[in-house]
Design a binder for this molecule. Structure first.
Ligand SMILES: [Zn+2]
Length: 263
């Protein structure tokens, strides 16, 4: 299995990340994409340790929409901030997570859009895929990807919580769709519907740990080992075996993020 999105360098894992990585490997999680917040020196420093514990781990570096406000007056620093962290780590294979979040008020929408667009341009220049976080911002997200991506940037809509219409637009743009533990929640029929719909060659699963633990661990600190629960539920709604879902997600991950092997 592959956990296509986790925050293993987050403070939540600072005490026992070794045990967390061991449990992931024991559960059959062969690889994971660890998201790094480019604005957090502490997190980026912890990434060194996490990388040494798990050779197959890959990284994505980006400025989350919640942190966009910090660049409101210094937009030109966006590219520099992300590039600096990318240079410090090998195995960086994506720019992310980046995007728009209009649900929370942490950053002005106009600032979020600017920071998001600049990072799509950066991904375009570096030839890297992007990991998108979007919430209540469907139209502006698709617009930014279309304009700045120029049809050349690929990526994933991570922790998908949008509707069928957003899923179709994402797929039309050549993007992948990743499902998290939310797919196991009782009131997530609409997301399960999308999980059943996404073609196998665009499918990914993730934990988004330490957040969003799947049922029956809901409310606890999430960890990559529990991506197995996401796989089970996604397989169930698709009427496929867990093996088929695992294989599809492995192929998707390799196609989308496989280019960083040489770094
Ligand atoms: Zn995340």
């Amino acid at each position: 299995m592959i956990d296509s999105h986790c925050h293993l360098a987050d403070e939540a894992f600072s005490d026992d990340v070794g045990a967390v990585v061991d449990r992931a490997k024991a559960a059959g999680v062969e690889q994971a994409l660890c998201i790094l917040d480019a604005t957090s020196d502490i997190e980026c420093a912890r990434a060194e340790q996490v990388a040494s514990l798990w050779r197959a781990l890959r990284f994505a570096v980006g400025i989350h929409p919640h942190q966009a406000e910090g660049f409101a007056n210094t937009p030109d620093d966006v590219g520099v901030a992300v590039t600096e962290v990318c240079k410090r780590h090998n195995r960086v294979c994506a720019i992310g997570e980046i995007g728009l979040d209009y649900h929370y008020d942490f950053s002005q929408p106009s600032t979020q859009i600017d920071v998001f667009r600049r990072q799509i341009c950066l991904a375009h220049d570096c030839g890297l895929p992007i990991v998108i976080h979007t919430r209540e911002a469907d139209e502006d997200t698709i617009n930014a990807v279309q304009v700045e991506g120029q049809g050349a940037v690929r990526g994933v809509f991570h922790c998908f919580t949008g509707g069928m219409s957003l899923a179709r637009q994402a797929l039309d743009l050549g993007f992948y769709v990743s499902f998290s533990g939310i797919v196991t929640f009782k009131r997530a029929d609409d997301i399960r519907e999308v999980a059943a719909y996404v073609p196998a060659d665009r499918l990914l699963v993730e934990t988004d740990s330490p957040y969003l633990a799947p049922v029956p661990y809901r409310g606890k600190r999430n960890e990559p080992a529990w991506v197995a629960r996401v796989v089970e539920v996604v397989a169930e709604v698709r009427g496929e075996s867990t093996e088929a879902v695992i294989e599809a997600c492995q192929d998707s991950f390799a196609r989308l993020f496989g280019n960083c092997e040489a770094n």
